[in-house]
Design a binder for this molecule. Structure first.
Ligand code: AGP
Length: 606
């Protein structure tokens, strides 16, 4: 989950590198480092501002590479910080990924007399490349020969100090984007870091490398076949990457909820015909009409969005839906049945477990679909078809707006599939119009955020939380618990409310608060009974309720009201107070809510 960045061109490289690293800090901030030919390598533990304090004032150069590290091999120390060098300090490398066979490679190189400074797997790559380059400047052929020994996943940028204008990049399993700019050429592990400089991107595929010079770039396969580059537009606005006046990206992204819901359905609903229009999957309309079994694979928050997809698709169609954690599904003995498909849900489009699950599903003959936020990401390039979220860049490590968008796109998919089946136009129109009304309902909840802030302050010292819900909101309970865990580091569990009495009730006492979704829906009375079971054990209760509810208010210690909403769509509204609660509790505890400890935005290693 590291961030790598490189540039070669006609302007000073230092400000470009530092800006690129700042844009990549969310991917990992255990350490930061740069290498500029003629100036040297500079590394520091922690975020970019720590590195800047170590830099001399007179750094000059027009090419260089940089790295933001999320530690996988070796502690976050300066020695282990990238860039790493070859035996003679000619070749320098920054790397995102994992070299699975680095111990064997390192032992073999040590037998040849190589010595190593760090505990990292990356340093082995630098030694291999410099060894293959020999006494001459690095070439693409030498780079490919060196990489032929490497097993695992890597996205790398490489510079040979003997030919400082030439920047190499190579990809196997970890994303690499080439930026084609006016002032030079760029490389990044995340296209959003390129936005301030260019809107023209070329995505490397596995087994490809790029050779960049200030005025041109060329793409080759590892077996030396030149590849005609396909330039894709980067259509995000650099301003999206700014906090736009908010104190944190996390609050900005929660507050973007209404806009994200609008963008996710824009051009995709025809309410008067009660149908969804999903251009990205239309060409598989016949296969989808015949679909009988759908397996949703995802990780973390995206997995919890998948639970909502199961609920709604099974509510509206005869399709059987399984939801699988990609980290487990990838090892499953997958059986391809007729009329079945696999749907990957992923914000980044780069999550290793999800990527591997899709690859295995394709090998088994499944139709593979994706719901992805990052355009051009790896998973979008291997699935047969998909639907982009259009949620815009999500910078905060904790996913909120992308989750909201995933729920909405799943509702669009459910409507699309239902209208291929029994659902009539009138029923479809009702659902479509309810979807179009969601942004203002979410906005109404956001307008009450100070109430949630007060609740977070009241319970900020609690050590444990239970999140409860039923039916379509069970995934929201899991998601609310995950958000609290990753933002505040407090223990929290999501549970199906009906399971409380089968064990978890034993935990409840006055020190163990419960946050419950108790909307006026088909399971309202059962949820009210659950609250009474908790109150009988003096457990504190915060309830998310439908506006005007007078019953729960008499039972719970606190309520957060949300506008009345269709049970089919309520998760898109009920989750908002839970995201806000995690945010405000994280702030009340003085934590960095955008970059929680130990985590990274995109888990591109297994
Ligand atoms: C979400 O808040 C977490 N940061 C994490 O669980 C994330 O949802 C998970 O890693 C999946 O990421 P993806 O959607 O990019 O595949």
């Amino acid at each position: 989950m590291c961030g790598i960045f490189g540039y070669t061109g006609r302007t000073q490289v230092l400000p470009i590198l530092l800006e690129g690293l700042r844009a990549l800090e969310y991917r990992g901030y255990d350490s930061a480092g740069i290498f500029i030919p003629g100036a040297g390598a500079f590394k520091e533990v922690g975020a970019v501002h720590n590195l800047i304090n170590e830099l001399p004032d007179d750094l000059t150069g027009t090419s260089g590479i940089g790295h933001m590290r999320w530690a996988t091999h070796g502690k976050p120390t300066r020695k282990n910080a990238h860039p790493h060098r070859g035996a003679h300090g000619h070749v320098w490398v920054v790397h995102n990924g994992i070299v699975e066979n680095y111990k064997a490679l390192k032992a073999r190189l040590e037998e040849e007399g190589h010595t190593f400074e760090s505990e990292t797997d990356t340093e082995v790559i630098a030694h291999l490349i410099e060894k293959e380059a020999g006494d001459a400047c690095l070439t693409g052929e030498a780079l490919a020969r060196a990489l032929s020994h490497v097993r695992g996943a890597y996205g790398i940028a490489v510079i040979d100090a003997r030919c400082p204008d030439v920047l190499f990049a190579a990809r196997w399993g970890s994303p690499i984007t080439v930026g084609v700019g006016e002032e030079g050429m760029f490389v990044s592990s995340d296209p959003t870091a390129l936005l301030p400089h260019t809107r023209s991107a070329v995505y490397l595929e596995d087994g490809e490398y790029a050779v960049l010079t200030p005025r041109e770039y060329r793409i080759f396969t590892f077996d030396q076949q030149a590849r005609a580059p396909v330039v894709s537009p980067l259509d995000w606005d650099p301003e999206d990457l700014k906090k736009e006046g908010y104190e944190t990206y996390l609050l900005k992204e929660i507050m973007e909820g209404p806009e994200v819901l609008k963008n996710s359905v824009r051009g995709r609903l025809v309410p008067e015909e009660g149908r969804a229009v999903l251009g990205g999957i239309e060409r598989f309309a016949d296969e989808l009409r015949a679909l009988r079994h759908l397996t949703i694979v995802a990780c973390g928050t995206a997995f919890y969005a998948g639970l909502y997809g199961k609920y709604l698709i099974e509510e509206l169609t005869d399709i059987h839906v399984d939801v699988e954690a990609a980290s487990e599904f990838r090892y499953r003995r997958m059986v391809h049945r007729p009329h079945s498909a696999v749907l990957a849900i992923t914000q980044s489009g780069e999550t290793a477990d999800t990527l591997e699950s899709v690859k295995e599903a394709k090998r088994k003959g499944f139709l593979t679909l994706g719901i992805v936020n990052v355009v051009g990401s790896s998973i979008t390039r291997i699935t047969d078809a998909g639907i982009y979220n259009h949620a815009g860049p999500e910078i905060s490590v904790a996913s909120t707006k992308a989750y909201l968008s995933q729920l909405e796109v799943l509702a669009l998919l459910a409507l699309f599939l239902a209208r291929q089946r029994e659902m009539g136009e009138a029923e479809g129109e009702v659902l479509a119009r309810e979807m179009l009304a969601l942004p203002e309902k979410v906005a109404a909840v956001l307008a009450r955020r100070e109430e949630v802030c007060a609740l977070a302050a009241r319970w900020k010292d609690a050590r444990d939380f239970l999140f409860l819900a039923r039916k379509g909101n069970v995934g929201v309970a899991y998601e609310g618990a995950l958000k609290l865990k990753e933002i505040t580091y407090v223990h929290a569990e999501g549970y199906a409310a009906g399971e409380l009495k089968h064990g978890p009730l034993a935990m409840i006492d006055r020190h163990f608060p419960t946050i419950a979704v108790v909307l006026q829906d088909s399971v309202y009375e059962k949820n009210v009974s659950t609250l009474e079971e908790i109150k009988a054990r003096e457990g504190p209760v915060i309830a998310v309720v439908t506006e005007g509810d007078t019953v729960v208010r008499e039972i719970a210690d606190a309520v957060v009201e949300v506008p009345a909403v269709s049970e089919h769509l309520s998760p898109m509204v009920s989750v908002v107070p839970l995201h806000l609660f995690a945010y405000y509790m994280g702030r009340a505890r003085g934590l960095d809510v955008d970059r929680p400890r130990n985590l990274a935005k995109s888990v591109t290693v297994e």
